[in-house]
Design a protein around this ligand. Structure first.
Ligand SMILES: CCCCC/C=C/C(=O)SCCNC(=O)CCNC(=O)[C@H](O)C(C)(C)COP(=O)(O)OP(=O)(O)OC[C@H]1O[C@@H](n2cnc3c(N)ncnc32)[C@H](O)[C@@H]1OP(=O)(O)O
Ligand code: FAD
Length: 609
């Protein structure tokens, strides 16, 4: 499809989905699943996952009563317009202004520079009638920082932009179809006025007289919508990883290369240890991210309930966990999808493998809802704060509780003696805890050598990110282990999950061996025992690998991959797909008479001479 066709088709699908949701009717969870199976980025994502939650989280009761019924019935369609051309990561650096005019009781929204144009918001370019806009609030000449506003963008009769608003789509993005079904947009305000009651005022207010009443709760609650979406992105990482792994595993069982004895059958590529060493850790990651996603959902629900009761104690941890796990799981999943493409050899590069499109549509997850490095630096700040408070009498809690055992973890030596010890959950956990703590403490020690802490932080950014990743990996490993300790239904399932849990942990040790050795968390002998155990786990997973991806229960239609077909009938179907290509509509291609024939004829003429 052309971009225009793709976009229009996405509108058609989205509206059809909305119709089904109302007609059947579907519950909220079922509606989410329906939109998920539409499997295409579109304006509904931003409306339901950011616009509505922003009003719910930041609006007053009256604002919610006014706007939510309209949004819930989709009588207005909204998006989340925060990022600008000049600033995305640095939210406090946004430039759009919302200046209060006490004479008219309105805010005047303005884009003072080109870099202040809103740039990227999904659904903004062509669809949204409304947006939650983030702009600097100015009253009486004073800048109070960034706040949220509900703004109507387009005329409800003919969809034209309202006077004072310039709006459009930012253009084609990475990949052929992929994210191009979404109208990521730009927007400029030219002194555009909105009533005062359209500032989202649950947290802070502007009175009729123009007095700014700051929030008595943490200002970071304004970032709540991002926290909620980051939480969901972790479970979505598991879904995307599982999809790629399903394709690569099934195809690896079909594909044969080398190893034929006496003219017999060749070896299935899944039997090569190199293939297993690349594939099975990704299979394990798909499960690991699912379990940590479930836990994160619980954490998010818990913090939301606490916030409602004005208990802000766990907010920093919820922020660090959502930011860090969003970052870690999306980076691993993007890399994992690309690895799955390579695991499928040349055929993985074909569009009909499903993997190029999956990669193209997935990879912006490393950037949206917070650049992955910027988010890990938030985790690092949280860790540095926690380390600095050790010994102050304030015991670290939640995911940093292990830091409370700093004395032991800084000194202990791993008691792994034989390969099977790497299947001992306590030993594995302690190894990850020691590595994470030692990396964090080392950063804190290096920071303390700087007179200026911010300057030190800048100098040590790369180490800080690595320490943050080590902490996040510990969380994932520990939540997998907790999952195994709970009830797991199905005969033999627990054993399979155990294998995957230890593959996940041991492959991380292998991949980040430098960290584990340099922090003395393990010795080189223990590292080679881990590798030995890993190979044995691969052998145990091998007979069940296809069943473990079948368990994701993805239909062929959803997978959209010739290589990942459930029936394994890959080769005839590759031919079928090839023959569908428009280039094969004719035997002689367009352009032959124009370019190829004259070239060949000229050559023949000169040959005859
Ligand atoms: C549905 C799927 C489709 C997705 C479509 C995509 C949508 C989008 O992309 S929407 C735009 C997303 N944009 C971002 O994610 C921007 C990323 N940047 C930020 O979130 C922030 O700018 C920041 C966190 C990187 C920095 O914020 P800033 O206010 O400058 O904070 P400080 O570093 O000065 O920290 C102050 C203090 O606040 C804590 N904190 C920061 N964020 C949060 C939060 N979300 N919740 C709770 N607490 C937060 C931070 O930890 C600091 O704490 P202390 O150290 O204790 O002071
Ligand atoms: C597909 C897609 C959909 C999006 N949808 C929306 C939407 O609906 N609404 C919306 O408001 N926004 C949206 N965005 C914007 C998105 O949130 C931002 O692109 C994102 O927050 C990153 O910000 P940036 O583009 O400014 O990156 P930059 O911050 O410019 O990043 C560039 C580089 O600088 C590095 N960097 C930046 N700051 C630091 C630092 N302090 N320390 C070290 N390194 C640093 C980064 O790691 C990165 O390598 C979307 C983006 C994409 C790609």
């Amino acid at each position: 499809m052309t971009r225009k066709e793709l976009f229009k088709n996405t509108l058609r699908k989205s509206v059809h989905a909305w119709k089904l949701i109302n007609e059947l009717p579907l519950s909220d969870d079922e509606s989410l699943m329906l939109r998920h199976f539409m499997d295409q980025p579109g304006f509904l994502d931003l409306h339901w996952r950011m616009f509505v939650p922003a009003i719910k989280g930041q609006g007053t009761e009256e604002q919610k009563q006014k706007w939510l019924p309209l949004a819930n019935k989709m009588q207005i369609i909204g998006c989340y317009a925060q990022t600008e051309l000049g600033h995305g990561s640095n939210v406090q650096g946004l430039e759009t202004t919302a200046t209060f005019d006490p004479q008219t009781d309105q805010f005047i929204l303005h884009s003072p520079t080109q870099t202040s144009s809103k740039w990227w918001p999904g659904g903004l370019g062509k669809v949204s009638t409304h947006a939650v806009i983030y702009a600097r609030l100015i009253t009486d000449g004073k800048d109070h920082g960034v706040h949220g506003f509900i703004v109507q963008l387009r005329n409800m009769d003919d969809h034209s932009p309202l006077p004072g608003i310039t709006i459009g789509d930012i253009g084609v993005k990475f990949g052929n179809g992929a994210y191009n079904s979404m109208d990521n947009g730009f927007l400029m305000f030219d002194k555009f006025c909105i009533p005062r009651d359209q500032m989202l005022m649950r947290l802070s207010k502007v009175t009729r007289e123009g007095k700014y009443v700051p929030s008595d709760v943490p200002r970071q609650l304004m970032y709540g919508t991002m926290v909620s979406v980051r939480q969901t992105i972790v479970s979505n990482a598991s879904i995307a990883m599982a999809r790629a792994v399903c394709i690569a595993t099934r195809y690896s069982a079909v594909r044969r290369q080398f190893g034929s004895q006496n003219g017999g059958i060749e070896t299935q590529v899944i039997d090569y240890k190199t293939q297993q060493n690349r594939l099975f850790p990704l299979l394990a990651s798909a499960y690991a991210f699912r379990f940590v996603g479930e836990w994160l959902k619980w954490l998010y629900t818990d913090v939301t309930q606490r916030l409602e009761a004005s208990d802000f104690a766990t907010l920093p941890e919820a922020h660090a966990c959502t930011a860090g796990l969003k970052s870690m799981t999306t980076s691993a999943t993007s890399d994992g999808i690309e690895e799955c493409r390579k695991l499928c050899g040349g055929h993985g590069y074909l569009w009909c493998s499903g993997l190029p499109e999956l990669f193209a549509v997935y990879v912006p997850a490393c950037t949206y809802e917070g650049d992955n490095v910027v988010l890990q630096l938030q985790v690092a700040r949280f860790l540095m704060k926690t380390v600095s408070q050790l010994g102050s009498g304030k015991a670290p809690a939640g995911t940093t509780a292990y830091m409370g055992r700093a004395k032991h973890l800084l000194q202990c030596r791993s008691s792994i003696r034989k390969a099977e010890d790497w299947l001992n959950p306590a030993m594995v956990l302690e190894t990850f805890e020691a590595r994470a703590l030692r990396m964090a403490v080392s950063c804190a020690n290096n920071l303390s050598k700087f007179e200026n802490q911010e300057q030190g932080f800048s100098e040590l950014l790369a180490d800080l990110v690595e320490a943050a990743i080590a902490h996040c990996q510990l969380i994932v490993v520990s939540k997998f282990i907790v999952k195994l300790e709970g009830e797991i239904k199905g005969k033999g399932v627990k054993n399979q999950l155990k294998n995957l849990c230890y593959i996940y942990a041991l492959h991380l040790i292998h991949k980040h061996l430098g960290d584990f050795l340099s922090t003395n968390s393990i010795t080189s002998e223990q590292a080679s025992l881990a590798n030995h155990q890993l190979r044995s786990l691969y052998t145990q997973v091998r007979p069940n690998a296809v069943a473990l991806v079948d368990a994701f229960d993805y239909t062929d239609h959803y997978l959209g991959s010739v290589l990942g077909r459930y029936d394994g009938n890959v080769y005839p179907k590759l031919f079928e797909e090839a023959l569908k290509d428009p280039l094969n509509d004719t035997v002689v291609p367009d352009g032959y008479h124009e370019y190829i024939r004259p070239l060949i004829k000229q050559h023949l003429r000169s040959a005859r001479l």
